[in-house]
Design a protein around this ligand. Structure first.
Ligand code: DC
Length: 217
């Protein structure tokens, strides 16, 4: 298969990352999880103890590099894959993600990874980052189902959590991600929407694989 770019956007817990991972493994694509870039920057900002709201305090962005490779996230050379999935990061990440300076630096990280056969997932991939993608998907699921998935995911990661708190946090994060001024979470006009509430991961993955094969004939 020649170069082919798939953009997958959607709210937290819609299954973007797991599904992108499965589809890319099955088809030999590279998966780029752009949420991981924002999470790694948030981790670094918290470690430095900066005021997250203050754009002027992000000069460290020029000193760091974030790479997403084979399901792992590296902040400089440190594997931070586990550290960026904690509730502390999830609850703070929308603050750096709304800042122009942060988004511009993330675009650098995204550009470096967008060559060849790519599945990139995030919030603004189809609208801003890869507007010429060969296929755009917008994944959704009910708030309750997305909270249930996060709860199960946390359990697997050994993170203790409460379903109702997660539900509240997910709704809050979507609101912040959709209402911010720069590159908000939004369905691209040419994206195909898939409501995954009642679908299994395999069903969604197979549907996307069929769409890729159809467009690539
Ligand atoms: O997909 P995720 O939960 O790992 O994303 C973490 C946060 O990063 C999300 O709340 C908003 C931000 N994000 C973004 O603004 N743009 C993207 N392309 C990806 C993520």
């Amino acid at each position: 298969m020649k170069d082919f770019i798939v953009a997958i956007d959607g709210p937290a817990g819609s299954g973007k990352s797991s599904i992108s991972d499965i589809v890319s493994k099955k088809l030999g694509f590279t998966h780029v999880d752009t949420g991981a870039f924002f999470r790694a920057i948030t981790l670094e900002a918290l470690r430095r103890g900066i005021n997250l709201e203050n754009e002027d305090e992000y000069s460290f962005l020029d000193e760091i590099n974030v790479i997403y490779k084979e399901g792992k996230t590296y902040l400089n050379d440190e594997d931070v894959s586990g550290l960026i999935r904690t509730p502390e990061i999830s609850n703070n990440v929308s603050v750096p993600a709304k800042l122009k300076r942060v988004r511009e630096r993330v675009i650098d990280f995204e550009r470096l990874s967008s060559k060849g056969k790519i599945i990139m997932d995030g919030r603004d991939i189809g609208t801003v980052v890869l507007p010429n993608a060969d296929l755009k998907i917008f994944l959704t699921a009910s708030n309750e189902e997305r909270a249930r998935r996060r709860f199960e995911q946390n359990k697997l990661l050994g993170i203790e959590s409460d379903y109702n708190t997660i539900l509240k946090e997910i709704i809050e994060r979507d609101k912040k991600d959709s209402e911010r001024a720069i590159a908000p979470l939004k369905q691209a006009i040419d994206a195909i929407p898939i409501d995954t509430t009642k679908m299994s991961i395999d069903e969604v993955s197979n549907m996307i694989i069929s769409l890729i094969n159809e467009r690539n004939e």
